[in-house]
Design a protein around this ligand. Sequence first.
Ligand code: NDP
Length: 435
Amino acid sequence: MGAEADLVHAPLLTYASMLSLLSLCPPFVILLWYTMVHADGSVLQTWDYLRQHGQQGLIDIWPKPTATAWKIIACYAAFEAALQLLLPGKRVEGPVSPAGNKPVYKANGVLAYVVTLVTYLGLWWFGIFNPTIVYDHLGEIFSALIFGSFVFCIFLYVKGHVAPSSTDSGSSGNLIIDFYWGMELYPRIGENFDIKVFTNCRFGMMSWAVLAVTYCIKQYESYGKLSDSMLVNTILMLVYVTKFFWWEAGYWNTMDIAHDRAGFYICWGCLVWVPSIYTSPGMYLVNHPVNLGVKLAIFILVAGILCIYINYDCDRQRQEFRRTNGKCLVWGKAPSKIVASYTTTTGQTKTSLLLTSGWWGLARHFHYVPEILGAFFWTVPALFDHFLPYFYVVFLTILLFDRAKRDDDRCKTKYGKYWKMYCDKVPSRIIPGIY
Ligand code: NDP
């Protein structure tokens, strides 16, 4: 089991950060929503309120998870689960797991994404369901998600102990680590319903697109028109999520799916943190219809799309390289590579290719640069009156710098001298020549 391997920071720091994230993330989600929706996006205003009212202030603003909130979540989750199970899709094999298994998936993400957005817009257009209801109950929905997802993580913990779906499962012997990092690599319900595909892709990432559209509709219905800042923000977020679903089968090869186990970190993060924090620049813009003017709006839009494209191209390059076993062109030339061998937990020796040219020759995690810049460009339409819309960009930067370190440490353990060869050839971790 990889829990020890996950302890790439000093154990004390790891436990402290796990406990703080477990206890601080839920109130943070509520405070962010409250500030965006009820305190004009001003951290100072919320801070003043909390100073005056203390702990009771937080309790007072924490919305109760109402029946409406539960109904919205249940309908959405059931709809997404049904699409995941029922829509047709190509059979795709995931990467070989540490225990030597090869999980099989059904690639129907694009179809599920199109059906979801068309259904949502159709419900609005034909007057069956108004998305502004979602915005008006957002606090209650986040509150219900916080508690519901926590219970869901307990279910994952118990399932990992009593009914694991594969041999890629196990306990670290520590309850907090097992709950936080998870026990199973790819838990399933039955043979076909992959829980991480549901939590990460079909619930989490899909909610990002659904909420982006919701914020747009809410601003339109409140002000009778749509500001260009909201338009740029929504288009960029939708381009990003569309890119995600276009490349979803590739995502099943990434750390989130292939290395991180199903626990609080990944699953609670995707069920709660993604819908609330990742969408927050749009949440802010609902009540702040900034007017950018055509030139600035187009400049931000083009710059954002370029960053999202480069990020996509980095992922595509790596996956194409692995899929063709290095027999492809990278930036018009045969790729330079390292043939690395490693041993699985069951003692089998396998080989893997490391690409050392193209984007992957600039820095070992260069793809995080356009990821962060893309997020900056869909936030900057909010301009600079308040800091809070930028929280996601700051959070993402910290997350990805930490992730690059975790990934480097994991790859060093996995590939040993071959990883060192890669580091010698490509010394920068994220920013070429700087870091
Ligand atoms: P990836 O999984 O795409 O890349 C890391 C893995 O790729 C390594 O663990 C290693 O796995 C393999 N690898 C590393 N170097 C090479 C190389 N030179 N050649 C070939 N394979 C290599 O990383 P992420 O999961 O972090 O990122 C995937 C995407 O998701 C990115 O676009 C990223 O920006 C995005 N992302 C977004 C986040 C968000 O919150 N918005 C959070 C995290 C990621 P192996 O064991 O197979 O060798």
